[in-house]
Ligand binder design. Structure first.
Ligand SMILES: Nc1ncnc2c1ncn2[C@@H]1O[C@H](COP(=O)(O)OP(=O)(O)O)[C@@H](O)[C@H]1O
Ligand SMILES: [Mg+2]
Length: 467
């Protein structure tokens, strides 16, 4: 079965057919560089590029049809097969909605300040033991990522899993109305993306928009340990959602009874209502164990077998840049590099610092944090950076290297014993750092994507390989 038969595709989007549109649609793309045969190419207007400039190229690369704005190509011009619409993004949204409407399986939406992608990937692993899963790729969670992910969902999936993100109020509302989740998860509410908000309560309110699209009889899965739990559950209750809570709190429906944290994995003893389960996850850190509780909450709500899901979670390891570990043999010792360079905000920084603090080091080895700027924090940025100092000192970190203007605030706030060095940016740190680390060390590198700490990771790796 094609993803979209020609007729279903054309029925889902109102527009004018031009050229020879006779093929079925087997995939959806908005990037002309990544076209597969049979794709429908949506010529989206982005910040830097206009998809219309690549529409003909997409067809040459094998796309079955291009969706373009009316008037962008002259009538009768370019015989390439296309569907002309008033609004290309609107057409993608319409297709996303049609996609949702034809699915009979369970649909899950995941939002929260941190842990969306990790939780989404863990859900994918747990739910695929029960049938075909379709989940958003990467962090496709915004105004184009969500409709694109929806439109790509095969009609017969057992479970659809969608990440939903936001940078400002009102963003989640239309996305959740497209997704119409049966289960909505809010991993947590923390001070991230503060630029468009006066305070964290504003963020909680924006996250609560996720319930606006919840199907009737749907469930809200909420973090019982989070400060905004009561606030969020009240809003969910107004929507008649079934509330299921997770966390360490004794009142949580899904809770951790015991947690064994290892450098490269955790063993979780959990209680899911009346069921007790012990399972292993290969994503280290308390925060990942918490995410796994949200996953089991969803499995419970879906009425699926908890033991099978928990067993599957052993396959869940952190993706590159989100806590992935690399070990290097240096003589008889190892150096462990923890790559957290994919992104950072105060909440995930604290989680990564705690995890580093729990890492075993051999005699002489040190727990070293290498930190780049956390971006998009608005006016409080300096204070939020400096505020990490206490967490670092308490976690048992031995040495800290920093890069970037905001991180300088943290560097200055650190006890002098912990100060390893500060550089203006990641490029400078990439040069100076590698020779300062050695056998036995556990080195965790983290910063917002834009801070380019992945360059520091690469520099360490190439230095160690050369040694
Ligand atoms: N529950 C959590 N609490 C704190 N930090 C977390 C949590 N889950 C994941 N993280 C960390 O946050 C960062 C981003 O994780 P990710 O799953 O990509 O989140 P998102 O998709 O919300 O940006 C990573 O460093 C990850 O280790
Ligand atoms: Mg994400």
């Amino acid at each position: 079965m094609p993803l979209w038969s020609r007729d279903d595709f054309l029925a889902a989007i109102s527009g004018n057919v031009r050229g020879d549109v006779s093929n079925h649609v087997t995939g959806i793309s908005i990037d002309s560089r990544e076209i597969n045969d049979g794709d429908a190419f949506f010529a989206i207007q982005g910040d830097n590029f206009d998809g219309h400039d690549f529409a003909e190229r997409a067809i040459e690369a094998g796309a079955a049809i291009a969706i373009c704005q009316i008037g962008r190509f002259e009538e009768g011009s370019g015989p390439f097969p296309r569907l002309e619409v008033v609004d290309v993004l609107g057409a993608l949204e319409g297709l996303g909605e049609a996609s949702r409407a034809r699915v009979k399986g369970i649909v899950i939406a995941v939002t929260g300040s941190v842990g969306k992608t990790s939780t989404k990937e863990a859900l994918r692993i747990a739910f695929r033991t029960f049938g075909e899963v379709h989940a958003s790729i990467a962090s496709f969670n915004n105004h184009w990522g969500v409709p694109l992910s929806l439109a790509r969902m095969p009609a017969d999936v057992a479970t659809g899993i969608f990440e939903v993100g936001m940078n400002h109020p009102g963003e989640i509302s239309p996305l959740t109305k497209m997704i119409r989740p049966d289960i909505a998860i809010i991993t947590n509410v923390e001070a991230v993306h503060m630029e468009a908000f006066n305070n964290v309560l504003g963020i909680a309110a924006a996250k609560a928009e996720i319930f606006e699209g919840l199907e009737s009889g749907g469930a809200a899965i909420l973090n019982r340990d989070n400060k905004y739990f009561s606030y969020l559950s009240e809003i969910a209750e107004e929507k008649s959602a079934k509330i299921v809570s997770f966390g360490e709190n004794k009142q949580a429906d899904i809770r951790i009874e015991d947690l064994i944290l290892k450098p490269d994995c955790s063993v979780v003893k959990a209680r899911i209502f009346e069921t007790k389960l012990t399972y292993k996850i290969n994503a280290p850190g308390r925060h990942m164990a918490m995410n796994s509780l949200a996953v089991l909450a969803a499995v419970h709500v879906a009425g699926k077998d908890l033991a099978r899901a928990a067993l599957a979670l052993a396959e869940w390891a952190p993706p590159i840049g989100r806590g992935s570990r690399h070990e290097f043999q240096l003589g008889s010792e190892t150096l462990t590099l923890i790559d957290e360079s994919y992104n950072a905000n105060p909440a995930s920084m604290r989680a990564a610092i705690l995890t580093l603090g729990q890492s075993d080091v051999t005699a002489g080895g040190r727990r070293i944090a290498v930190l780049g700027d956390m971006l998009e924090l608005g006016e409080q940025s300096g204070a939020l950076h400096a505020g990490l100092s206490e967490a670092i000192a308490n976690a048992g970190i031995d040495l800290v290297f920093t890069a970037g203007t905001d991180m300088e605030s943290l560097y200055d706030a650190l006890p002098s014993l912990l100060r390893g060095g500060h550089e203006v940016d990641a490029a400078a740190l990439a040069k100076s750092l590698p020779k300062k680390i050695g056998p036995g060390d556990v080195v965790m590198v983290k910063g917002s994507n834009g801070s380019r700490m992945m360059d520091v990771v690469a520099a360490i790796e190439s230095w160690l390989r050369g040694n």
